[in-house]
Design a binder for this molecule. Structure first.
Ligand SMILES: Cc1ncc(COP(=O)(O)O)c(C=O)c1O
Length: 382
């Protein structure tokens, strides 16, 4: 399938077929396709200046950083070009903080089974899924993995070399698995009591996706470092690592950098996205729409035997099935609805944050038809 045009919640392929987009380029087009104010900002910047080196001040970068800092617990921002790069920067900052500022010499990062943090060598090593590491040895040292939401296992893994704990608030790629509130609180306590940095990977959960600008807000967490990408530029490739004040001096001039990171063109997309998101209260709307969609799915799919569980926060919703969902994705596509999987058995729904109730109703109807057909097929076979 080749998609050639997008507008709001809709996509068109090169044959002229229209689709309802419930994947948003995997949590990227959070404001829908071609959002007006982002487009205007980028177009204006295209006419003015595309790129200058970070050797110079870039006012758009400073504005974007100020806007992020004003609306989060972060005090400092580093811009890069993707989620993996943002997480790579977070890992480097945590290690350098322990080497140069706290001077503890700690280097180990604890992450979680089923997590996903990217595909650079360090971030695929941080990822708690073997499939992304296959064939890439030798991998960087200094990572340790524990089961998600298991505080006893986490406490047992912490030692005098633990520099940071890195987690997702909802494991998106891992199967739409939300953090337990009690676990979130215990991790925060564990970090504070032991001088361990808390890194939250908000690449998928950030930018309003879960009904808050960043998902850690739901749990009252104040991560030392967190990351963003995907929805940050509405489709323009950009990432960010955000950190609290005490981390600032860990990166001095020359210790980390990026040629393209934070250039005027990318920052115009970020500014347009953030301004729209804040002015339109997109996160609050995502929370309301998420509740509507979750309820509608639970009601409509209550008697569909293919369904094992329906869960999620805001507009990051998973439908866990008793069987692989690849055929269901293809069936839905033929019926005009696009969504993706999260692991083999979970359907992942990621509509844009401004999606209408009519669009959600239409999507729920298609999902019901597709899943009921699978249930009927399974029943017939058995
Ligand atoms: C939680 C999380 N972290 C990191 C990444 C990697 O981001 P990117 O593909 O932009 O490098 C992803 C991508 O799916 C993600 O979901």
């Amino acid at each position: 399938m080749t998609l050639v045009k997008g507008e709001g919640s809709r996509l068109w392929d090169d044959q002229g077929n229209m689709y309802l987009d419930f994947m948003s380029g995997i949590a990227v087009t959070n404001l829908g396709h071609a959002p007006e104010r982002v487009k205007t900002r980028v177009q204006q910047q295209l006419d003015t200046l595309w790129h200058v080196s970070n050797l110079f001040r870039i006012p758009q970068q400073e504005q974007a950083a100020e806007l992020l800092a004003a609306n989060t617990c972060a005090d400092a921002v580093f811009f890069c070009n993707s989620g993996a790069e943002a997480n790579e920067a977070a890992i480097k900052l945590a290690r350098r903080y322990h080497a140069k500022v706290a001077q503890t010499g700690r280097s180990e990062i604890i992450t979680f089974e089923q997590s996903f943090h990217g595909r650079t060598l360090a971030t695929l090593t941080a990822t708690g899924q073997d499939k992304v590491k296959d064939g890439f040895a030798p991998l960087p040292a200094g990572f340790r993995y524990v089961p998600f939401n298991d505080i006893a296992a986490l406490k047992a893994a912490v030692n005098e070399n633990t520099a940071a704990i890195m987690l997702e608030i909802v494991q998106g790629e891992g199967g739409v698995l939300p953090i337990k509130a009690s676990f979130a609180a215990e991790v925060a306590q564990l970090c504070a009591a032991n001088g361990i940095l808390l890194i939250v990977d908000e690449v998928q959960t950030g930018m309003g996706r879960t009904g808050a600008l960043f998902a850690h807000e739901h749990y009252g967490l104040k991560p030392d470092i967190f990351t963003a990408a995907k929805g940050l530029g509405s489709g323009f490739p950009v990432g960010a690592m955000l950190a609290q004040e005490h981390l600032r001096e860990a990166f001095g001039p020359g210790s980390h950098g990026s040629t393209f990171g934070g250039n005027p063109l990318a920052m115009s997309a970020v500014l347009g996205t953030l301004e729209t998101m804040l002015e339109d209260k997109a996160a609050v709307r995502a929370a309301e729409k998420g509740t509507y969609l979750l309820n509608a799915l639970r009601v409509k799919l209550s008697d569909v035997s293919a369904v094992k569980d329906i869960r999620g926060i805001g507009l990051l919703i998973g439908i866990e099935c008793h069987e692989p969902v690849s055929n269901m994705i293809a069936d839905a596509q033929r019926a005009g609805l696009l969504f993706i999987s999260a692991g083999p058995n979970v359907i992942r729904l990621l509509p844009n944050l401004l999606v209408t109730e009519e669009d959600m109703d239409e999507a729920v109807d298609i999902i019901h038809t597709v899943l009921a057909k699978r249930s009927a097929a399974v029943t017939t076979i058995s």
